[in-house]
Design a protein around this ligand. Sequence first.
Ligand code: GLY
Length: 356
Amino acid sequence: MSNSIQIIPVHTAPAYAVAIGGGLLPACGQRLREILGPCHAAVITDSTVAPLYLDTVARSLEDAGFAVSTYVFPAGEAHKNFETLSGILEFLAEERLTRSDCVVALGGGVTGDMAGFAAAVYLRGVRCVQLPTTLLSAVDSSVGGKTAIDLKAGKNLAGAFLQPAAVLCDTDCLATLPAHVFADGAAEAVKTGVLCDESLFALFEDGSLTAAPGEVIARCVAYKAGVVERDEREQGERRLLNLGHTVGHAIEKCSGYAIPHGHAVAAGLAIIARSAEALGWAEEPIAARIADCLAKNGLPTGTEYTAADLAHAASADKKRSGGDITLVIPKKIGVCALKKVPVGQLLPIISAGLEG
Ligand code: GLY
């Protein structure tokens, strides 16, 4: 299915564009040829996405004149590690990819992170294109240039910034996502509403996310693009995008990455909202409204882990600096603030946000 394509520019160095709309995967070759010129494209994807879209993408690239190599790794956050990274890097070397060639990340957040990190370090950096196929990667992770793998000590602890050369977000992929995978992306969309725009948040309260995902993706990406342009390397404002992520990453880690990222972020968002309200940091009642919205989108609002488990896991978070950690505190829907707290304060803060 093809419909109108929205283009969101991202003015980083280098600048690139995010294209959002139907029919982009079958037509990716021609579009990428205009952006990249002729080159060798190494398509990296996982075992879930390969049977769905790899042939379509490879054929489109070949038809447009690209030399194409493909690499498939086992799906799942548990594989976002050094072993998979090493497999991808050895593959790129065996395929003799050069600095004028390109890595194509086809899939969800794990694939974008893995393939992006491989592109960032292979030959000290080759171009990378992101083709997100999940709502989570569409609204958040494919844009902004963060790439990473997990270490035993925690999530995304080794990585690099590499802005993509292009992002093509084919909204036709969203129609076939299992409900829990769609919900995973809804968490990042709800997060964006809480961060910047009550009218965007209200769309998720009335179920409009499933009705018009392309519009929602475009609004989330436009907001994120502005933040990334102002603070590409997360020195300040970009830290706001980590709303719900300190506790969310702790939940993922405590679960051995069995709980998916979006579900963990949803619980982390609900918990920090309750903490903000209980500790008097919120300017109006927000916790019940945020929890109701998350639940309406099929997401959890709490966790089985104790505050001690979560505080311990969060103390290894990469948002820690010396003995402090910067939390993102919701003040009201559409307004959040950064708050630096001593790591020792994590336990009472998280305790305040756990459900009765
Ligand atoms: N996912 C948060 C960021 O890109 O900064």
